[in-house]
Each structure stands twice: as structure tokens, then as C-alpha cells.
Design a protein around this ligand. Structure first.
Ligand SMILES: *Cc1c(COP(=O)(O)O)cnc(C)c1O
Length: 465
């Protein structure tokens, strides 16, 4: 093996990658191979000796081909998945080539500075307070975890307890007031943090899944360490909690409480003059979690945590070890703000995405995803399909014939059809189909082709009844 032959495997990867990406617009949107076929294709005994890297790249690309879910397609509407813009994807390749360990300034000076610059841009885009500290994490799951670790630190500190030193055994009880329609990653973060899911007091929500401020006000009266978890962007409906009222009430009734906002995709509404009013009061929260791999369309994995109070953020995350070199000139060490130690320099693709799109380009993505979601909803509604939610952002929830079985059958038929891809869910006890428009490239023709496919599958499913 030639130690210096980078060109062979990288050229192979480049050609495979561009072939895949250029084929996305016309590729059937769904995996084609079964698990058994994939195992057959990719499995086999442990290689006992080396294989030429270029050949390995070609073999992997061939082996996985039929098992890829083309989630970067403009007609992929499953879960809440973004795609990848060209600049972000290319910068992500370079991130791998440079292979910087972005934990410390001393280990990766350029990565640390790029994070710092991108952090300032992000705060400006998302309308967050200037002093806010930022961590580049893997996704909103870890952003929620990091923010809630800072919250745990601060609410216990105010109760006279140092959780970083004393842990949770014997600590004052924490109550987490979170909407009944919160994302499951909140519960999981609380498990990781040793608070357990029993600390959650579910707060009543309205028909769209928004937290009801009157129900929150009632629970805030107990004078114990309290964290309020609000949400902007319900994973099914896209609904946004009334943040201004939540922050106002919390600061009024329980001034030592901490307000965290899970805004995995919804926080990006802040860049749009049209949608921004939905987030009124957002700057009054104490911490925010969002994703770069959803709305900003940065490749996986890329999440962002923001904390209005850098001290508890740093106190909850920072680490000192004798062999680590901390910069003496006050440069920012990324590991003070996220839970990883060694880590990928994931600030590079975020920086590239923002630089390539600019404020106007990001606004355009957010507003187009919203407009395309409305177009999808309107087309289906015109054809007699029930739209279950107010399409305030990029999420549409639909149900067919007021019938669980028919709805599930249509979801399955659409997935098999391959024109577009979406998933099912249960909303308020009823089966529904979720449509999430989160890809930067989705346009009118994608929506029209996809809506036609859904209606075609519906007609077939109805005939089979
Ligand atoms: C997607 C999502 C999450 C989890 O984000 P990951 O990036 O998958 O970790 C959390 N909260 C909400 C509201 C989401 O939509």
C-alpha cells in the first residue's frame, strides 16, 4: 500500500459522491434492499489482510447503494431531516481531511476561531443575547442535555448546592415543568443527568401541542428549584409555545427558575421577518437548543447549544487535566462548552453553510420550507384530505378518511411508491401522516409531484378497502 496515495481513494470517493448527489433529484426516495440483502452484500469474515483503499471505497459504495435512504432528496419529507448544501458538504470533507481535534484551542486554533466566528453569526441570526455562550454538539439531543446540565447547575446553586461537586445524592429536589408534547430527547437528557423522568411535571397543552400558560402558572407556585422546558417547533405539528408568556410568568412567579427552549428546527423561524413574531420573547429564555443538521442543512451531525449565562454553562461542562494545555491568552477552549473531550471540528461546515447562504439565503430556506409545507397542505386539503394542524412552520399532519387503518396503508403505499418519502405518527390518539419540509432544495415541482403521488396512493388504498 502506498502511504501517500491519497488521490486514488479520494478520487474514487469524489466520483461516487458526485454521482450519488447528482442522481438524487431523480432517484426513487426510499431504500431498495432488505436487511438480509444488505447483510449478504456487506457481511463476510473479518478481513485477514489489507485491501487497496481505492477498491475498499468502491466496494463500500457498491455495497450500500441499495440500502441508502435518500434523505437529501427534495422529496424526502420524513421525520425532520435536512439535507446538505454544497458549501457545507464540501467543508465537511475538508473537516475530515484536516482531522483537527477541536477540544482545545491549543490543539486546533483555526477550528476554535471558526467556532467563535460562527457562534457570533448564529447569535445574530437567531436573535439571541450578545453574551450568550455557544457549544457545537452532535444534535439537539446533546444540546438539550448540555443546556439542562447548565440549568441543573444553576437552580441547585441558588438552592445552596454544588451539583458538580456534591452530585445529586441528598440534593434538593428539582422539578422540570415541560409541555406534555415535549420532544422525547428532553426526557432522555434528564435521564442522562440523573434527574430521571419522574422529575417531569407535564404541563397541559392545547390542540396544536402548545404549552398552556395558565397550567404552567399553577405549577410554578411551588417554591422548589425549577426548570421550565418550552418548545419552539413541535415535531409533529411545528407548533410554537407562547414563549413570551412562559418567560414572563416564570420570571414573575419563580424568579430563580430557568427557562430552556428546545428549538431543534423552530428556532430558525427567527431569521424570517414573516415568521419571527411567533418567537416573541425568545431572547428572555436562559438556554436554547437547536440543530444545524435540520433547517440549516449542514451534514450530520451538527447541533448547537446556547446559554444566556456562560458561567453555569462552563461550570457544567468544563474540564481541567494536568496534561491539557489551556490557552493563557483567554482563547476559547471548545471543550468548556460541550460534553465531548476529543471531538470533530464541526464548526467548519456550520461556518461554511452560513457564509455561503448569508442571512438572506437562510431566510429563503426557512420561508420556502414554510411556503412548500403550505402548498402541500393546501393541495391535499383541496382534494378532501384532512389537515390536522395549523401549518405555522414546515410541518404538516394529515389523516385519510378519518380512518387509522387507511391512513397507515397510505403511508406504507407512499413509501413503496418511491416518488417521495414520509412517515407516520400518532397524534392525539389517531394515526396520521407527517410531512416535514426541511430540505434546502425542495421546490414547487417536488411538492406537486409528491402531492400527486399521495393522492394516487390514496385512491388505490381506497379501492382496496
Ligand atoms: C429533532 C428534534 C430533537 C432531537 O434532535 P437530534 O438532532 O436528533 O438530536 C429534539 N427536539 C425537537 C423538537 C426535534 O425536532
Amino acid at each position: 500500500m502506498d502511504k501517500h496515495d491519497w488521490e486514488g481513494p479520494l478520487t474514487e470517493a469524489y466520483e461516487r459522491a458526485t454521482h450519488y448527489l447528482e442522481g438524487l433529484p431523480e432517484r426513487p426516495v426510499g431504500p431498495r434492499a432488505t436487511a438480509a440483502e444488505l447483510r449478504h452484500e456487506l457481511g463476510g469474515p473479518l478481513p485477514q489482510g489489507p485491501t487497496d483503499p481505492k477498491e475498499v471505497v468502491a466496494d463500500i459504495a457498491k455495497g450500500v447503494e441499495e440500502g441508502l435512504l435518500p434523505s437529501g432528496s427534495g422529496r424526502f419529507f420524513g421525520f425532520v431531516f435536512g439535507g446538505a448544501t454544497p458549501a457545507a458538504l464540501a467543508a465537511d470533507w475538508l473537516t475530515t481531511a484536516w482531522d483537527q481535534n477541536a477540544g482545545l484551542y491549543a490543539a486546533a486554533p483555526a477550528a476554535a476561531v471558526v467556532e467563535e466566528v460562527a457562534a457570533d453569526w448564529l447569535k445574530s441570526l437567531l436573535n439571541l443575547p450578545k453574551q450568550t455562550s455557544v457549544g457545537f454538539v452532535t444534535g439537539a439531543q446533546m444540546a438539550n442535555f448540555t443546556a439542562l446540565a447548565a440549568a441543573r447547575h444553576e437552580v441547585l446553586k441558588k438552592a445552596g448546592w454544588d451539583v458538580e461537586k456534591q452530585g445529586l445524592i441528598g440534593a434538593p429536589t428539582i422539578r422540570v415543568l415541560a409541555g406534555a408534547e415535549r420532544h422525547d430527547t428532553i426526557d432522555r437528557a434528564l435521564r442522562f443527568l440523573g434527574l430521571g423522568t419522574d422529575c417531569i411535571v407535564p404541563i397541559d397543552v392545547d390542540d396544536q401541542g402548545r404549552m398552556r400558560p395558565d397550567a404552567l402558572a399553577e405549577e410554578l407556585k411551588q417554591q422548589v428549584p425549577t426548570i421550565v422546558c418550552a418548545q419552539v417547533g413541535n415535531v409533529n405539528t411545528g407548533a410554537i409555545d407562547p414563549i413570551e408568556e412562559i418567560c414572563h410568568l416564570t420570571k414573575e412567579v419563580a424568579k430563580d427558575a430557568w427557562v430552556h427552549v428546545d428549538g431543534a428546527f423552530g428556532l430558525w423561524a427567527a431569521v424570517s421577518p414573516e415568521l419571527r413574531p411567533l418567537l416573541k420573547g425568545i431572547e428572555r429564555a436562559d438556554s436554547w437548543a437547536t440543530d444545524a443538521h435540520k433547517t440549516l442543512n449542514v451534514p450530520y451531525d451538527s447541533g448547537l447549544v446556547f446559554c444566556a449565562h456562560p458561567e453555569p454553562h462552563r461550570a457544567a461542562m468544563s474540564v481541567r487535566a494536568t496534561y491539557l494545555i489551556h490557552d493563557e491568552n483567554g482563547q476559547r477552549d471548545p471543550l468548556d462548552f460541550n460534553p465531548e473531550f476529543s471531538r470533530r471540528a464541526r464548526g467548519f461546515p456550520v461556518y461554511a453553510a452560513i457564509r455561503a447562504l448569508g442571512r438572506s439565503g437562510i431566510t429563503e430556506i426557512v420561508e420556502r420550507c414554510h411556503a412548500m409545507a403550505r402548498r402541500f397542505a393546501d393541495t391535499l386539503a383541496t382534494n378532501g384530505v384532512a389537515v390536522l394542524n395549523d401549518v405555522v412552520l414546515n410541518q404538516v399532519l394529515v389523516r385519510f378518511g378519518d380512518d387509522d387503518e387507511l391512513t397507515r396503508r397510505v403511508v406504507k403505499a407512499v413509501q413503496d411508491d418511491g416518488t417521495c418519502w414520509m412517515s407516520g405518527t400518532t397524534w392525539h390518539g389517531q394515526a396520521a401522516m407527517r410531512i416535514s419540509v426541511s430540505n434546502w432544495s425542495t421546490d414547487e415541482s417536488d411538492i406537486d409531484r409528491s402531492a400527486a403521488a399521495v393522492l394516487r396512493c390514496l385512491a388505490v388504498a381506497q379501492r382496496l378497502r
